[in-house]
Design a protein around this ligand. Structure first.
Ligand code: ADP
Length: 312
């Protein structure tokens, strides 16, 4: 019902798509419907009194021309929108690529100063450098997210099929998130699982999925809460789950959860940083790799996000 209401809000749709009202797809669609109804009604009344086949053929041709003309306007507008969308993805991809190189350079230089030239620096200087290093890591992550989104939109995610040691990769991502969990006193509890467990997937992208889910479980947890990680094997798949004791997700927010740039109200109120791209990217990577992603949640109590991945 809500979808129909949204579709009929022509002014809003035109504003969202950046086109004038008469170019909005819903407006053109309604116009086409109205024209067909009016003409068909006119044909009905006309045909009742007019038995000549010639007249009917002329009227039918006239109807066909009108329908084709309106259809042509709709298709041309759709083509324009698709072209603009493609250009936007290409633009995002080019800018992200260009930003990645200097950001990586800055990261390496700061690391070099902190590790090799620490003795000549005061504590305050080291503290400032660590802050720069952190901001650089945040920006690098955003740029990587944008690159992944552009690749998904261009249908160019091209996932590799590596043999991944699942325990090693899970441990690596947990270590990466230690600082984040340490800030809010969150404990990460990992259930025991086979250390020789191997899954099939793209190692770098698998790291992105795990990182998004584990960092969310920390970010949206309560102060001093726990994060539980479990890994199980079932029917030739590995099922990874991460559970938190945090804010949970409200009914209204569930619809948009895996959409691009979606950020829940409670998440924004908690003033946790984020772009709303993590779950969108994770879902695309998991599904294109032959797995599934799902979640359970209780508002105010916590959530559990799981995904499956094929075993080698
Ligand atoms: P981000 O975390 O950058 O906002 P995500 O795509 O990872 O982006 O998540 C989208 C939204 O889903 C979040 O803003 C938050 O509202 C909600 N969300 C994701 N994970 C959790 C979680 N574990 N608990 C509660 N809400 C969550």
């Amino acid at each position: 019902m809500n979808r129909i209401k949204n579709d009929l809000n022509i002014k809003r749709q035109a504003k969202e798509l950046g086109v004038s009202v008469w170019q909005a797809p819903s407006f053109l669609f309604l116009m086409l419907g109205a024209i067909i109804i009016i003409i068909m009604t006119a044909v009905f009344f006309f045909a009742r009194n007019e038995t000549s086949a010639d007249y009917l053929i002329v009227i039918e041709s006239f109807v066909a021309v009108i329908i084709l003309s309106v259809g042509n306007v709709i298709i041309t507008n759709m083509e324009k929108l698709a072209q603009v969308n493609k250009m936007k993805s290409e633009f995002v991809s080019i800018v992200s690529h260009q930003l990645k190189t200097p950001l990586t350079g800055i990261g390496w230089d700061i690391e070099l100063i902190i590790s090799n030239y620490k003795d000549g620096l005061s504590e305050k200087q080291i503290e400032i450098l660590k802050k720069i290093e952190h901001s650089n890591a945040v920006m690098t992550r955003m740029v990587n997210d944008l690159l992944d989104v552009a690749r998904i939109e261009q249908g160019d995610l091209s996932l590799r099929k590596d043999k991944i040691n699942f325990k090693e990769i899970v441990q690596r991502v947990i270590e990466k998130n230690r600082e984040l969990s340490g800030h809010s006193g969150i404990e990460i509890v990992v259930s025991n699982f086979r250390s020789d467990l191997e899954v099939s997937g793209d190692e770098k992208k698998m790291e992105v999925v795990l990182d998004n889910l584990i960092s969310n479980a920390i970010k949206y947890n309560k102060e001093g809460g726990k994060v539980f990680i479990t890994v199980k094997e079932k029917n030739g798949k590995v099922i990874f789950c991460v559970k938190d004791e945090g804010i949970g997700i409200s009914d209204e927010e569930r619809n948009g959860l895996f959409e691009k740039f979606f950020r829940g109200d409670s998440a924004s109120k908690k003033s946790v940083g984020g772009t709303g791209l993590g779950l969108y990217i994770a879902k695309n990577i998991v599904e294109q790799g032959g797995g599934k992603i799902w979640y359970k949640t209780v508002e105010g109590k916590g959530s559990e996000f799981c995904f499956s991945v094929p075993v080698v």
